[in-house]
Design a protein around this ligand. Structure first.
Ligand SMILES: Nc1ncnc2c1ncn2[C@@H]1O[C@H](COP(=O)(O)OP(=O)(O)OP(=O)(O)O)[C@@H](O)[C@H]1O
Ligand SMILES: [Mg+2]
Length: 279
């Protein structure tokens, strides 16, 4: 009798957790990116397996999982960066505001503008700070010098870099520190007015102080942008993300509210990973 009651309680708890997870994954129209049965192969290597995942607007979603599980590959699908890789085959859909990025009529150039990417290693262009900032807008046909200057100032401010560089805009971007270079890359991504920022381990090559600055910046950015961040740093995922997706061997194992994932993971694999038992 006692056993039955406790088993029922356990069952109810599991059902409730599943409901919460489903609610998060199904709720509302504030979904900016949705993958539907997304599969990807590099030649014979089946790297993404039936990924169904929804990313919410103005939220930070962290993607975690051991090396090689497909995190970078997944976010590269969101701006079609895998297209250039020979032997890469993709099936399923990636809906961006409801439209399939892989539709044959999709405007790849426009979508890339709306979905910016920040990489692990800061990659400023080997040119001046100001030229880094005006490069994107110029490609998108902004020509007026005053407008270009304004865009540069606004985005450098948003990336909390303006005060550190406003008196050296003509200097090479390569003369900045690693942390400053990464904030410049974020400012540069913002200069073409994206909706989403994809970040692939954006602080992996930075020291703790630069990392903290970037984390604070990401938290600020979510008021206007949607951020999807891949990280190996569990504390970072727990500190800054609203939702967390855990991947393992190309599969989405668990997705949910970050607090739930870290405090009450539903899957044993998730628990093992976040407690450092593997990976
Ligand atoms: N350009 C490529 N060509 C062929 N195979 C690739 C390519 N990029 C990744 N892969 C393979 O796809 C799988 C997933 O790689 P991916 O880089 O997405 O993993 P990851 O989760 O980002 O790992 P890490 O945490 O180490 O960055 C791996 O087996 C990898 O070898
Ligand atoms: Mg990666």
């Amino acid at each position: 009798m006692v056993l039955n009651t406790s088993r029922n309680k356990e069952k109810n708890e599991i059902e409730e957790k599943n409901n919460i997870s489903q609610k998060i994954n199904n709720s509302g129209d504030d979904i900016v990116i949705e993958t539907v049965k997304l599969n990807l192969w590099y030649d014979d290597n089946h790297v993404l397996k039936d990924i169904n995942l929804k990313f919410k607007k103005n939220k930070i979603t962290a993607i975690i999982g051991p090396s090689g599980c497909g995190k970078s590959t997944l976010i590269r699908c969101f701006n079609r960066m895998n297209d250039v890789i020979e032997g890469c085959k993709i099936e399923g859909k990636v809906l961006f505001n409801g439209e399939n990025l892989y539709d044959k009529n999709a405007d790849v150039r426009l979508n890339r503008k709306k979905i910016g990417m920040i990489f692990q290693k800061p990659n400023p262009f080997p040119m001046s700070i100001i030229d880094n900032m005006t490069y994107g807008p110029k490609i998108h046909k902004v020509e007026d010098p005053k407008t270009l200057e304004k865009i540069a100032e606004k985005c450098l401010n948003r990336a909390v870099l303006w005060d550190e560089v406003n008196d050296r805009l003509e200097e090479s971007a390569m003369s900045l520190s690693g942390g400053q270079q990464q904030r410049l890359c974020i400012a540069r991504a913002l200069s073409v007015e994206p909706e989403i920022l994809l970040m692939d381990e954006p602080t992996a090559s930075l020291d703790p102080i630069a990392t903290q600055k970037i984390e604070e910046l990401i938290l600020e950015l979510k008021h206007e942008w949607t951020v999807i961040i891949v990280t190996h740093n569990m504390q970072q995922a727990a500190r800054i993300s609203d939702y967390t997706a855990f991947m393992y061997l190309g599969e989405l194992i668990e997705y949910g509210d970050t607090t739930q994932i870290f405090e009450k993971p539903q899957q044993k694999l998730t628990e093992n990973y976040i407690t450092g038992r593997f990976g």
